[in-house]
Write a protein that binds this ligand. Structure first.
Ligand SMILES: [Zn+2]
Length: 267
């Protein structure tokens, strides 16, 4: 059985260095080296400050090769924020439907959507997938429906993207085989119910990590993300993903440099 894992660019966001790198050192050049193409040295933040920032792609993943057509995550709702440099940017050639059409897939073709978690950049177009069931960890559903006010990147307003498809949601609790050769690992850490998608078996497994591993830097340097619910679960989750041959991060431009044609797995 051969699977192809295809990364699709849907949007770009800008964030603080310490949001993807816990306690970044102040040393000169650290952030530009760690985040390569995404580093911006003189970003003008909304509050008037000028300084370090990192631009990140919002990646969704199409998995070809299973008997079901599977999509991992659905990016932002395509609202435009032209006057907000910190809001998501979507170039005309990006966006979820355009990216899918380039590989010959229509939203109605998708059988299964796996939401790695329910932050606004990972489930904002769930309604587009009218024939899909949605695989989501039960703890993630409760977190998204009633987030603590201090907990970032959840939005009660955006929980409509869950509620609108609720009758097609399969709420799970823990690891689960989703299709032959494709499973999820419940990791938590970044959010209460974060899950990674594992394609293949044995030594050849590939992981789509979700935001437990937002960039290659995090896994290569064994450095946790700065955006977490439970730090020890992030660290344990990264350790668990190390059993995979390749770990695909959720927000790194380097994905297309390393895997310009996606990743193939034989299982
Ligand atoms: Zn997230």
């Amino acid at each position: 059985m051969k699977f192809e894992i295809i990364p699709l660019l849907t949007a770009q966001i800008v964030t603080h260095v310490d949001s993807i790198c816990l306690f970044p050192p102040a040393e000169q050049g650290f952030a530009s080296e760690a985040f390569h193409d995404g580093y911006i040295g003189d970003f003008h933040w909304r509050d008037g400050r000028v300084g370090d920032a990192v631009s990140l792609p919002v990646i969704i993943w199409y998995i070809r090769g299973a008997s079901e057509k599977i999509l991992v995550d659905t990016s932002f709702e395509e609202t435009r924020y032209p006057d907000d440099p910190e809001g998501p940017q979507i170039k005309p050639e990006w966006g979820i439907e355009r990216s899918l059409s380039r590989i010959g897939v229509r939203p109605d073709d998708i059988d299964i959507v796996i939401n790695t978690h329910l932050h606004t950049d990972h489930f904002g177009n769930n309604e587009l997938f009218r024939n899909a069931s949605f695989i989501i960890q039960s703890e993630e559903i409760s977190a998204a429906l009633a987030p603590a006010p201090w907990f970032p990147f959840y939005s009660r307003a955006k929980s409509k993207h869950l509620l609108n498809v609720l009758e097609r949601v399969e709420s799970i609790d823990g690891d689960r085989e989703i299709a032959k050769g494709i499973s999820v690992y419940k990791l938590g850490g970044h959010t209460p119910g974060s899950q990674a998608v594992i394609i293949g078996t044995g030594d050849s497994k590939i992981a789509i990590a979700g935001d437990v591993v937002p960039t290659f830097f995090n896994i290569e340097r064994d450095w946790p993300t700065g955006n977490f619910w439970n730090l020890s679960d992030v660290i344990n989750g990264m350790q668990r993903l190390r059993t995979c041959r390749t770990v695909l991060p959720s927000h790194d431009w380097r994905v297309w440099k390393v895997y310009p044609h996606g990743v193939e797995v034989l299982a």
